[in-house]
Design a protein around this ligand. Structure first.
Ligand code: COA
Ligand code: AMP
Length: 632
């Protein structure tokens, strides 16, 4: 048992103000807080009210001021384009200050929103930090989302400026961004007043005079801008994430609590020291990218790798080992999917032996359930600890982890170990009371969430309470279901809602159903997440046609697949749909999605007592067969 962990954990719950107040000393403030935690208005909590700071100053300038300007800060490695760049903290500061000057020239200041739709290039990180420098609020949209999703974020965030590039690059294809954005402006019905476009050599683009501006020309013209103090409670960013409907939730992150918590995690959770090289193989469009490509490592003075590529195929299943060896990565954080992809291509781990991994110490996994097979394979191949940890966009850092900086617990495959400091996690039964050890229930965090936990949803206090607090008063509902074992290890088993996790990407089946329902021939539909050996889960759609429609079913299935790709994006990985005569329902008309998923996954299950007509389950089985699902 780790005594250091136990002590820290206990103190974090018994004396949160003392615990986080002490950790806050590691962050720079221009004005100290009035109190550590404002808990006067539950469930709206505020960390470090009255304090002022600046996240960019802490992540960049402070390292330069402390004489560490020549250390590596950002390492860009792009096997997909052949590009590489290393920026020291000083170089990063100069680039960020220059780009903050650009934003200022475009009238961007404190509290203004800036949408960022960019690939994994250094300028995207510079853009995020430049917003933080001015106290502007960035909202990064993942490049795999289609125009309609960008439009939803434009509508909700109301950005003054949009930052983009001429293209993203995926294996075998270049994705021009400007046409996607034109569609987004059309759907949203408005356009940000300034669009700043980074020209990439893979794609030319015509800029619209008056609205679009060339990134490099703008930088050449701008005077560097200094950082400005903001309230600890001011928003640093909005990150939209999937909810149960097609309307994404705008998770708000503040400046002060976020900086304190994330700074702490680099040592507390990941056991890294300033100067160590760290790599989170994700994308800046996801929370993992926000927290662990950009903010946490830079706040802590680590070198961070920004990777533009895939675990396989860019050029091969050895690329992770090449990057680790070339840049001296000490710890890697990625999603289990990446390892399943590598394992599939290189089951014997031949590529691993070809690289010098002597400086590599730990692999961290999160984003989806880490299946024991994948963990065991990684442990065997790497000969290093493989640490699962569990968290969400809403928290910005791990809710449960083996906090290596506080001493290591024995690893149990299938469990992210124990709740992290600041998180009192209860497994609740339907009656709202803690479930007995070993019994599955709703995983809930006793309020308040520790620093960095979302203070609210953007422009939607009501939605915040409704989504997270209403079902279990006094708790934050994670939406995950799980259990504790007799040693206090937590296991994350499934979702309690309609979210699915595809290749570590959180997606809403409800959102996909809204798209399917928009097809002119569709009367009703259901989308379920079925087990997928590579991506963890994959969405599968069922549509019932309107009376009198007698077009070819294959054609309609192909059309709905295309619609999801066009309206949500390629990232949804929605590739399979079937036309059925009817959907299994309860007598009260509720669609039995869970039963459909159990059929698809080939599980044994009791026929629901409330089912309207059990015969329909055979029809679902038949429909799933040609899609490759169902009992073998
Ligand atoms: N911009 C545009 N399109 C993108 C994109 C981006 N940034 N990212 C993904 N896409 C596209 C892909 O090209 C693919 O398109 P396709 O249907 O035309 O093939 C589609 O979205 C699905 O992408 P993905 O789910 O990533 O599947 P993949 O087959 O391209 O790759 C893996 C599979 C396992 C290699 C990949 O998912 C991966 O690297 N996962 C690592 C996990 C990860 O980074 N998770 C992030 C959260 S921590
Ligand atoms: P996101 O907000 O996109 O980071 O997705 C968060 C969701 O991913 C969680 O609510 C879980 O459902 C899932 N998740 C993340 N990490 C893990 C993990 N280590 N084990 C199981 N599920 C996880």
């Amino acid at each position: 048992m780790s005594q250091r962990f136990e002590e820290a954990y206990r103190r974090s719950l018994e004396d949160p103000a003392g615990y986080w107040g002490d950790l806050a000393e590691a962050v720079g403030w221009t004005k100290r807080w009035d109190r550590v935690l404002d808990d006067d208005n539950p469930p709206f909590y505020r960390w470090f009210p009255g304090a002022e700071t600046n996240t960019c100053w802490n992540a960049v300038d402070r390292h330069v001021d402390a004489g560490r300007g020549d250390r590596r800060a950002l390492i860009w490695d792009s096997p997909i384009t052949g590009g590489k760049r290393v920026l020291t903290f000083r170089e990063l500061k100069d680039e960020v200050a220059a780009f903050a000057g650009v934003l200022r020239n475009h009238g961007v200041g404190k509290g203004d929103r800036v949408l960022i739709y960019m690939p994994a290039v250094p300028e995207a990180v510079v853009a995020m930090l430049a917003c933080a420098r001015l106290g502007a609020i960035h909202s990064v949209v993942f490049g795999g989302f289609a125009a309609a999703e960008v439009a939803k974020r434009l509508d909700d965030a109301g950005p003054k400026a949009l930052l983009t590039a001429t293209c993203g690059v995926e294996p075998g294809r270049v994705i021009p961004y400007l046409p996607i954005l034109e569609d987004a402006y059309r759907i949203a019905g408005h356009t940000p007043s300034s669009v700043i476009v980074l020209a990439r050599e893979q794609q030319d683009a015509e800029l619209k005079p008056g609205r679009d501006h060339d990134w490099r020309d703008e930088v050449a013209r701008a005077e560097p801008a200094d950082w400005t103090p903001v309230a600890a409670t001011d928003p640093l960013y909005i990150l939209y994430t999937s909810g149960t409907t097609g309307k994404p939730k705008g998770v708000v992150r503040d400046n002060g609590g976020h900086a304190v918590a994330l700074h702490w995690t680099m040592k507390g959770v990941y056991d890294l020291d300033p100067g160590d090289c760290w790599w989170a193989a994700s994308d800046i469009g996801w929370v993992v990218g926000h927290s662990y490509i950009v903010y946490a490592p830079l706040l802590h003075g680590n070198a961070t790798v920004l990777f533009e590529g895939k675990p396989v195929g860019t050029p091969d299943a050895g690329v992770f080992w090449r990057v680790i060896s070339e840049h001296g990565v000490k710890a890697l954080f990625t999603a289990p999917t990446a390892f399943r992809a590598i394992k599939k291509e290189d089951p014997e781990g031949r590529f691993i032996g070809a690289y010098d991994l002597s400086r590599f110490e730990t692999l961290f996994l999160a984003g989806e359930r880490a299946d024991p097979d994948t963990i065991k394979w990684a442990e065997r191949m790497l000969g290093r600890p493989v640490i699962d940890h569990w968290w969400q966009t809403e928290t910005g850092w791990a809710m449960a982890a083996n906090c290596l900086g506080l001493g290591r617990f024995p690893v149990k495959h299938g469990s992210p170990t124990k709740p992290a400091p600041g998180y009192r996690i209860d497994i609740l039964g339907d009656d709202g009371r803690p479930a007995p050890t070993g019994e599955i229930g709703a995983i809930c965090v006793r309020l308040p969430l520790p620093p960095s936990g979302l203070p609210t949803l953007w422009n939607d206090d009501e939605g915040y309470v409704e989504s997270y607090m209403a079902d279990f008063p006094g708790y934050y509902k994670t939406g995950d279901a799980g259990l504790y074992d007799e040693d206090g290890y937590i296991y994350i088993m499934s979702r309690t809602d309609d979210l699915i996790n595809v290749a570590g990407h959180r997606l809403s089946t409800g959102g996909m159903e809204e798209v399917l329902a928009g097809h002119r021939d569709v009367a009703e539909c259901a989308v379920i997440g079925v087990a997928d050996p590579l991506k963890g889960q994959a969405p599968v759609g069922f549509v019932v046609l309107k009376a009198g429609v007698n077009r070819a079913h294959d054609e309609i299935a192909a059309e709905v697949v295309r619609m999801v790709r066009d309206e949500i994006g390629a990232v949804a990985s929605f590739r399979k749909a079937a036309v059925v005569d009817r959907l299994p329902k309860t007598r009260s008309g509720k669609i039995l999605r869970k039963t459909m998923r159990q059929i698809a996954d080939g599980e044994d299950f009791p026929i629901p007592a409330t089912i309207d007509d059990p015969a329909i389950l055979d029809e679902i089985r038949e429909a799933l067969k040609p899609l490759g699902y169902g009992p073998a």
